[in-house]
Design a protein around this ligand. Sequence first.
Ligand SMILES: Cc1cc2nc3c(=O)[nH]c(=O)nc-3n(C[C@H](O)[C@H](O)[C@H](O)COP(=O)(O)OP(=O)(O)OC[C@H]3O[C@@H](n4cnc5c(N)ncnc54)[C@H](O)[C@@H]3O)c2cc1C
Length: 466
Amino acid sequence: MVPKLTGRVLYKDDPGWDDARKNFNQRFDVQPRAIVYCQDDGDVVNALRWARENNVPFRARSGRHSYEGYSLVDSGLIIDVSELDHVRVNRDAGVAEIGAGSYMLQCAEQLGDVGVTTPLATGPTVGLAGLALGGGFGLTSRKFGLTCDNVLAVDLVTASGEVVRADAASHPDLFWACRGGGGGNFGIATQFTLRVHPVSAVLGFIIQWDWKQFDQVVAQWQAWAPAVTDGLSAALQLTVNKTIKLYGMYTPDDPSSVHAGAGQLAPLLQAVTPSSPPTIQPLPFIIAARMFFGEGGHTVDPAAPQWAVHVHSDQQIYKSTSAAVMAPLPGDAIALLRSFLENPPPLGATPVQVSMIQLLPGGGAPSRVPPDATAVYLRDALFIIQYDGYWMRPQDADPTIAWVERMRSTMQPYTRGAYVNYVDSCLTDPLRAYYGPNLERLVRVKRQYDPQNVFNFPQSIPLHVP
Ligand SMILES: Cc1cc2nc3c(=O)[nH]c(=O)nc-3n(C[C@H](O)[C@H](O)[C@H](O)COP(=O)(O)OP(=O)(O)OC[C@H]3O[C@@H](n4cnc5c(N)ncnc54)[C@H](O)[C@@H]3O)c2cc1C
């Protein structure tokens, strides 16, 4: 029988088409042939069969946050799982079943309602599928591990149209690959079973320094942030507006010891005196999570549905990339970072978001997982550098992209690899950068589960090591 598309199917002339085809990053103007919003596994199976039968290219899509728009394809079918968004928690067992299309704010709220969480990204509308399949970290990762370290099972529709549950006992190779190498590569995830952790009070903080303290702050931060107690996650945001901001939270084992987080911050604050009194405040976890979802200019209305709250997507245009830092940056490398931020390309219009470099701390629980236990190999990084360039006018695109690319390549002598969830089309050897020594095993899993390379996009896992 010829397969039919089932679920909520949208075509070019349907109302809402233009919103439906947008990525969070407005850099991409893609015209798919159709978008199917799957309502259950059967819709995913039908969509995949339809695409294969009709020889139509397709992409899986969850939260639409791929930095390079890899969840979109011109003239193809978008298999969208965003309406598979249930959150079912068994608090006693410490486990939740979450639809692959759930987004961060929704996960945080619904898990928070029963007093638990799992490591989530700080972008409020990032999708669970993209996050967890590529690794995933957030402000509780140093304590609880990467998102993928908390995945107990993934339900997927494979290339053959079979619905499988991959876990430690069943399809273990696929399970391994889907924890760090799974985005768009092996099948379409429909649900994750995740470990969840009790959480209540946390200590939130935002601390600022003067630009003239840049070199000292970065030097002290990199010696401190990756080594502090697991409960503390402190990211450093350095912007072209010459602001230095440390933000994060301390998640204690026991809520009554939440104030101990201030003692953990003390060595950094004593080493470099902040420019204004630090904001350090005990907060219910969910309030802190909402606050950090709003960090960086996002505006979020927790009462509204996903795409209605996505106001920050309307004008966001950017290029981002990343690298891992394995040893403390020497003084000249820190000075290079400062110099790039002091000399951004001139822009003809003020972007929604200011261009920046973010330093995201490593160490903690993720660093104690062996580099070959999942597809994520950069486990012993001191920190991840994220380079973000934003603009508004089309003519500012090329200079800003070139500036981001120059930062990444100039810093390369001091860095290693790249984080696959910050996909970057400019990388010359992207697969080795994302997967390091795990690439060979990922290719073997690819041959086993997708021998015809049905799941392919510009940086997908190929059938042979390049
Ligand atoms: C504003 C912002 C904040 C971010 N913050 C963080 C952060 O704090 N921590 C962090 O780790 N990362 C963060 N990221 C990066 C984010 O993890 C990745 O962009 C991730 O891939 C997004 O997933 P998505 O589902 O939203 O995107 P999508 O664009 O929908 O998908 C991303 C990739 O996954 C594939 N995919 C989507 N759904 C499925 C599925 N069901 N089955 C198989 N493959 C699928 C797509 O084909 C695509 O290749 C952030 C990104 C942005 C833009």
